[in-house]
Design a protein around this ligand. Structure first.
Ligand code: PCA
Length: 192
């Protein structure tokens, strides 16, 4: 089974984005069927980069990560909204307001990798986790919605997890817990 992990470049003045650190570390240690893709924090460019890799790789599962700097636990996301509403400019200086991610697409999609089982699996590995019912309306939600929209017609399952800063939950703890979850996904424990 091919699994694609995605993380983001730094944004909002940050120098490191934990989502890319974790995604790339997981892909490095697993290798083979697991690969990682770094996405720009850009409303205009992120989905083009993602879609090119999805076409090339045709992964059965895509697991995406983003930083939620104000959260203190790992939060698998339940839902993606068809809405861009940027509180701050993206890395291109663009700040869309009240526009759809994909015009004419449904108002929302549910993630197709169970956020509930994901959160439970992470807690079992000893990291704090909680299902989130809003991925926000910034670039993370944009990518999650775009991913689920692509998969709705072409197949594959998609999940998104917001990660807290490493000062709150260390790189080692986040990576170890997510690696165990990835093992469950690869062992097809999630009906993929
Ligand atoms: N977090 C932002 C975008 C990139 C990232 O890592 C978000 O939550 O939308």
């Amino acid at each position: 089974m091919r699994v694609l992990l995605t993380g983001f470049e730094p944004f909002d003045g940050g120098t490191v984005n934990p989502s890319w650190e974790v995604a790339s570390a997981l892909a490095r240690s697993r290798g083979g069927e697991v690969s990682a893709l770094r996405l720009p924090v850009s409303f205009a460019r992120s989905l083009g980069v993602l879609y090119a890799e999805l076409e090339r790789l045709r992964p059965q599962a895509v697991i995406s990560f983003g930083l939620a700097s104000s959260r203190s636990v790992l939060t698998p996301e339940r839902v993606a909204l068809n809405l861009d509403e940027a509180r701050i400019p993206d890395n291109d200086g663009s700040q869309p307001s009240d526009i759809p991610v994909v015009p004419g697409a449904p108002a929302a999609y549910f993630g197709t990798l169970s956020a509930l089982l994901w959160a439970r699996a992470l807690e079992k590995e000893g990291v704090p986790a909680q299902v989130s019912y809003s991925a926000g309306t910034y670039v993370c939600n944009h990518v999650f919605f775009g991913l689920l929209h692509w998969q709705a017609s072409r197949g594959g399952v998609g999940g998104f997890c917001h990660l807290p800063p490493f000062e709150t939950v260390s790189f080692e703890r986040q990576t170890a817990a997510l690696d165990a979850f990835l093992g469950d996904v690869l062992a097809q424990k999630f009906k993929i």
